[in-house]
Design a protein around this ligand. Structure first.
Ligand code: T4K
Length: 397
């Protein structure tokens, strides 16, 4: 019987109930319940209600963009923006992103063409794009992974020169900037997610933001079945509407944005200081001169340096009830239907494959305390110090 205090070695889990990556930030309850009450009193629950309009106005002003169209979730917002931009054929996307980015294209019979990320950072590499452009390519859909902006100028230059539309999946990047300008106003359109797991959330929700008047008009109609007025339909549309209850949550959450970012930043610094003392676990760094939301704490576990692999560390953490995640592993190209459609894609994505093997996302946000983060780091430190025993336990489990 070992005396090492780790659940994977037979000890008690450090956490009685699970500590999740993605545990939602819950905004001011009184304010939220007051808004819910207001909605019920008004008997106006959805369909472009006053709270949805207020939510859209607050986002527009915050981002400094002409139009914001709130949606029921980020995935539908992507699908509608893609359709309104008339993308078709093939679109360049990263494989290192949440699968919704690729699915939002595939869902409408557009082929996502996966391009590698850069050796530094986790975003699409502009230098890899051109050799994937074919006569069928109509656009680039790039993700600001973790909220860290893509090399927007380089992507815009390629899009302009090759006559392509440029869209950003900004699901992670609300509250972040690029060269001092808030993300949301770049390319033809950008898409935010306000899912429960995002630092500002409306339980389910998303938004398309754009400076293009005509595009915004089309997107607004498409969000509501294509209706113009009461009984006239101008486009094939869908139901992408955000409800008033979601908008109530979104507005109340948005009002806490500075406090949430301050907590996220503090947690990030706690992780940074402590992880620096552990071998082979390197925290992703973010630009100090930009605005940033710090909503993801992302480390890379180096197999050459760390005594335990990323997956071994995840097994250790899960045994302790710490539900760390391996976002976005495997890459989209290894999910169906993409794996079957193009089985050899992995050969062209060496950086994506490398990062997918290493990435470790740790819990943060207002649902966790500094003391709990210190316990998580302690678990990692103990596991690394007793790597031989841990590996043996895992191999015999
Ligand atoms: N593009 C990108 C780049 C994205 O990251 C996303 C979403 C989208 C597009 C699409 O936007 P949405 O259509 O979702 O608005 C989660 C989220 O569901 C997803 O929104 C998010 N990205 C993705 C990165 O993470 P899963 O499959 O990991 O979800 P799940 O259910 O495992 O939940 C994540 C963690 O959060 C778990 O540890 C449990 C915890 N959790 C979750 C919920 C919903 C809670 O503690 N409480 C909760 O209420 O995708």
């Amino acid at each position: 019987m070992t005396t090492v205090p780790l659940a994977i070695l037979g000890g008690e889990p450090k956490f009685q109930s699970p500590v999740h990556v993605g545990r939602p930030n819950i905004p001011d309850r009184e304010r939220l319940l007051a808004r819910f009450s207001e909605v019920l009193d008004r008997r106006w629950l959805t369909n472009d209600g006053p709270l949805v309009r207020e939510f859209e106005r607050r986002i527009r002003e915050f981002v400094g963009v002409k139009h914001c169209i709130a949606m029921c979730n980020g995935t539908v917002a992507l699908e509608i923006a893609i359709r309104a931009l008339e993308l078709k054929g093939e679109v360049i996307v990263p494989s290192f992103t949440f699968v919704a980015t690729a699915h939002s294209l595939q869902w409408q019979q557009i082929t996502p063409v996966f391009v590698d990320i850069a050796a530094q950072g986790h975003n699409l590499d502009p230098a890899q794009i051109e050799r994937h452009i074919t006569p069928r390519t109509t656009g680039i859909l790039a993700t600001h992974v973790w909220g860290r902006s893509c090399p927007i100028d380089a992507l815009q230059e390629i899009a302009d020169r090759r006559g392509l539309k440029l869209m950003f999946d900004a699901a992670h990047a609300f509250g972040c900037s690029y060269r001092g300008q808030m993300i949301g106003g770049f390319g033809n359109a950008e898409v935010f997610s306000f899912h429960a797991t995002k630092f500002v959330n409306s339980a389910e929700g998303g938004a398309v933001v754009t400076n293009d008047d005509q595009l915004a008009h089309r997107i607004r109609l498409m969000r509501n079945f294509g209706f113009v007025g009461y009984d006239q339909v101008e486009y094939v549309g869908t139901n992408g509407k955000m409800s008033e209850l979601s908008a109530a949550m979104g507005l109340t959450s948005f009002e806490a944005i500075d406090d949430i970012i301050a907590v996220n930043r503090r947690h990030y610094e706690t992780y940074r200081r402590s992880l620096a003392t552990l071998p082979g676990i390197e925290l992703e760094t973010y630009p100090d001169h930009e605005r940033f939301n710090y909503q993801y704490v992302v480390a890379e576990v180096s197999p050459d340096v760390s005594p335990l692999s990323r997956d071994e560390l995840i097994a250790v953490l899960h045994a302790e009830n710490v539900l760390a995640r391996r976002y976005f592993s495997p890459g989209c190209h290894r999910h169906e239907p993409y794996r079957t459609q193009a089985p050899a894609t992995g050969w062209q994505l060496p950086q994506t494959e490398r990062v997918c093997e290493r990435v470790l996302v740790l819990p943060t946000g207002t649902g966790i305390t500094t003391a709990e983060i210190e316990q998580i780091i302690d678990i990692l430190r103990t596991a690394l110090q007793h790597a031989g025993e841990v590996r043996h336990a895992l191999s015999t489990a």
